[in-house]
Design a protein around this ligand. Structure first.
Ligand code: ADP
Ligand code: MG
Length: 282
């Protein structure tokens, strides 16, 4: 079954260039689907369009079969949205932020306490959200999206600004939610995150999907395995389809210090396919 379907989604902020351009894709139920792209690619705009936070002039979105142009408030109970730099109520505590949101959607105290614990925020639940660190705010935003136990979850750069250790913990929470059946759409500019979380990754640039595949298949299709051999302090790198005669001779001579094989990273593949890197300006 299809959980998310976008058909010809297009959006322009200035009427000149399209931030999202004729976007069409489908996400299967239970899948973790990622948009990987640099800053300014149109990732956040895509989430706003999918969740009807801005209305697309042309184009259609269906979530769990529901035409989003006709969705009412109660449908939003089925979806969770976690935005980067989202607005929390800064003078309310973490707990109050969550209980307020939970009650809007008919969820209660037990779920709030449970998600606070899962997000490692329980100890800080009575602190004002405005006093939280950036990483804690991001976790609170994610907790708020999860507290209603959504069927489909949208996350915009879910671990951005977190310490690596906390980011790894949050990814684990995300993975567990997915294993319970939540369909997930996430955006990221972090190839490591995309690779660790996503079943399929769309390479996204200039409002368009440039390529769409599984992490493993990207590596098979575009990745070149290399072998680096160090001899007399000099490094020699060989690619799989290159001339391997001298590599074999070096190995045969047994006069080498080290030998390493390496797979192409998703970031290298992104550059190869899209023609630009994931970091750098908007
Ligand atoms: N509120 C806005 N008003 C005008 N332009 C915007 C606005 N938000 C984003 N943009 C522009 O739309 C493009 C896509 O932005 P965005 O969706 O935020 O990309 P990403 O999330 O991939 O960094 C960028 O060129 C950005 O400058
Ligand atoms: Mg963004």
């Amino acid at each position: 079954m299809i959980a998310i379907e976008a058909k010809g989604l297009t959006y322009s902020y200035d009427g000149k260039s399209n931030a999202v351009d004729q976007l069409t894709f489908q996400v299967e139920k239970g899948e973790v689907f990622g948009f990987l792209g640099p800053s300014g690619a149109g990732k956040s705009t895509t989430i706003r369009l999918l969740t009807k936070l801005i209305a697309p002039p042309p184009g259609k979105v269906f979530i769990l079969g529901q035409d989003m142009s006709k969705a009412n408030h109660s449908f939003y109970k089925k979806i969770g949205i976690a935005f980067e730099n989202d607005v929390l109520y800064p003078t309310l505590t973490g707990y109050e932020n969550l209980i307020f949101h939970a009650k809007l959607f008919g969820t209660g105290e037990a779920e709030v306490n449970d998600i606070l614990k899962k997000m490692d925020l329980y100890k800080s639940k009575d602190k004002k959200a405005g006093e939280y660190s950036k990483g804690m705010k991001t976790r609170l935003v994610l907790a708020r999206a999860l507290v209603t136990n959504p069927e489909v979850l949208f996350m915009d750069e879910p671990t951005s600004g977190m310490d690596p250790e906390i980011a790894a913990y949050v990814r684990e929470v995300i993975r567990k939610m997915n294993q319970k059946g939540t369909t997930m759409f996430l955006t990221t500019h972090d190839m490591n995150e995309a690779e660790k979380l996503c079943d399929r990754i769309a390479f996204f640039n200039n409002g368009k999907i440039v390529e769409l595949d599984t992490p493993e298949s990207y590596k098979k299709r575009f990745g070149e395995k290399t072998v680096t051999i160090e001899q007399s302090g000099k490094k020699h790198t060989f690619t799989q389809d290159g001339d391997l005669t001298s590599l074999l001779a070096m190995i045969g001579s047994k006069e080498f210090e080290s030998i390493h094989s390496q797979e192409a990273s998703l970031e290298e593949i992104f550059i190869k396919v899209v023609g630009r890197g994931l970091k750098g300006g908007a």
